[in-house]
Design a protein around this ligand. Structure first.
Ligand code: ZN
Length: 280
């Protein structure tokens, strides 16, 4: 299933994208796409609904973040070899983890707002994992059973805040609008191999990132297991699995986002995002 939330910000309704690519409304069956719907039982219940019985949604409504109830977003840094190299960092022996503030969550087509004082806001297209059930000390063998599905995520990053302002990376990762998620939450059954997905990004129509999750240093099952040794992952939590090479700070000379730029990005099978960059 491709689950979505459609409508104005704060008033989104649940829906799904059917096999013909049409948006259908799920309001008769659930109030949102949240913890209950993302649980194994919830996904099974929604999966039994014949999409043809759901009303088509007229027009082209805004698509919001495809789920609610995200208690945290865990980011993974430097998880692609070529990206670690372009940033001048060593290949990590263990995953680099950081937190993205939930206040940064943004719709996949809503504008990215440059924070005050930003001169180095950068793009990062990523595969996002959505947790489906409480996950603590999970083994790699159990890891996929704990996922509800996958989502395209944009780990927007202010490099100066991230690297030059002291302490951890979090200052540059959690600014408002820096976590576009969606457009679809694609359930696990539709992604047979999460390590074989193209990940790409373009800025103003120019290709910047074009890689594949096959190039991850730490694969999805390892990441879920690893993170769950340090914290409980709740249903609805999102893991951003790291970005491939081709970010602005790796360009010669470096390039960063400015007001008026348009960023498009996607992960194979999970749908595309498009954001206009605006000043605060
Ligand atoms: Zn990232």
């Amino acid at each position: 299933m491709k689950l979505v939330r459609h409508g104005a910000r704060g008033r989104e309704k649940p829906g799904l994208i059917d096999a013909q690519g049409k948006l259908r409304d799920l309001s008769a069956h659930c109030a949102t796409i949240g913890w209950a719907e993302l649980s194994p039982a919830g996904i099974k219940r929604l999966g039994r609904i014949d999409p043809a019985t759901l009303p088509l949604v007229k027009g082209k409504p805004r698509l919001g973040v495809p789920l609610t109830g995200i208690s945290k977003i865990v980011g993974v840094g430097l998880n692609y070899r070529a990206h670690a190299k372009e940033t001048g960092a060593a290949i990590p022996a263990e995953p680099v983890l950081f937190m993205k503030a939930t206040s940064a969550i943004n719709g996949p087509f809503d504008p990215i707002v440059l924070p005050r004082g930003s001169v180095r806001t950068d793009w990062e297209a990523e595969l996002g994992l959505v947790i489906g059930r409480t996950t603590r000390y999970a083994s790699e063998q159990q890891a996929l059973d704990h996922l509800a599905g996958y989502v395209t995520c944009h780990d927007v990053s202010e490099r100066d805040f991230q690297k030059n302002r002291g302490g951890t990376w979090d200052k540059g990762k959690g600014c408002d609008t820096f976590a576009p998620l969606g457009p679809w939450l694609v359930t696990r059954d539709e992604v047979p191999d999460p390590q074989a997905l193209r990940v790409w990004c373009e800025v103003n129509g120019e290709k910047r990132q074009d890689s594949n999750t096959a190039d991850m240093i730490f694969p999805v099952v390892f990441l879920v297991s690893y993170i769950s040794q340090f914290m409980t992952l709740n249903p609805g939590d999102v893991i951003c699995t790291g970005t491939p090479s081709g970010v602005g700070m790796g360009m010669r000379p470096p390039q960063f986002l400015k007001a008026g730029d348009v960023v498009r990005l996607g992960v194979e099978g999970l749908g595309e995002q498009c954001q206009k960059v605006v000043a605060e």
